[in-house]
Design a protein around this ligand. Structure first.
Ligand SMILES: Cc1cc2nc3c(=O)[nH]c(=O)nc-3n(C[C@H](O)[C@H](O)[C@H](O)COP(=O)(O)O)c2cc1C
Ligand code: SF4
Length: 138
């Protein structure tokens, strides 16, 4: 999974002021990005980013398959189920908004608010959560 640090710490490529020590990363992305050096390639987010590859499995296998990866919209879910996937799995979209599927069930069709920043990843060590929730009051 790609990771993007949006702070000005050194692991995001930010340049510390002359004569100062590198600023501490407030989002602790160093643990994701690897001690100040990027080792994960970045990819632009694309809705349903595994869909194309998953279709190849769907065509080749006679097994119930779950589509996973970047599902944030109801039309993606509907398309996947219509195409033959048995289920979809959603991770970050539901970490950001646990009630998203419930809203869809009630007839709303709004897309998830997750911005795919991946800053939830380090939170697995201290209680997995969407760190954006703190920044964005409901
Ligand atoms: C905070 C966080 C923790 C995760 N932990 C695991 C894990 O323990 N095992 C695993 O196989 N995938 C884990 N994943 C990956 C998700 O299960 C999922 O495959 C991935 O996030 C892509 O789906 P999404 O685009 O809907 O988020 C984790 C993802 C997140 C964001
Ligand atoms: S921190 Fe929140 S907004 Fe960012 S990827 Fe994780 S769930 Fe989505």
């Amino acid at each position: 999974m790609g990771a993007r640090c949006r702070t000005r710490c050194t692991c995001s490529g930010g340049t510390p002021p002359v004569g100062s020590s590198p600023p501490r990363c407030p989002s602790r992305c160093v643990s994701v990005l690897g001690g100040g050096r990027r080792f994960l390639k970045e990819y632009p987010f694309e809705e349903g980013y595994f869909e194309q590859q998953a279709r190849e499995f769907l065509a080749a296998l006679e097994l119930p398959l779950i589509l996973l990866g970047g599902i944030n919209r109801l039309d993606t879910v509907e398309g996947a189920l219509a195409e033959g996937f048995s289920f979809v799995a959603m991770a970050r979209a539901l970490l950001r908004e646990p009630d998203l599927v419930g809203r869809w069930e009630q007839g709303r069709r709004d897309a998830g608010l997750c911005i795919h920043c991946n800053r939830c990843m380090p939170s697995i060590y201290s209680g997995t959560r969407c760190v954006e929730l703190r920044a964005t009051p409901a």
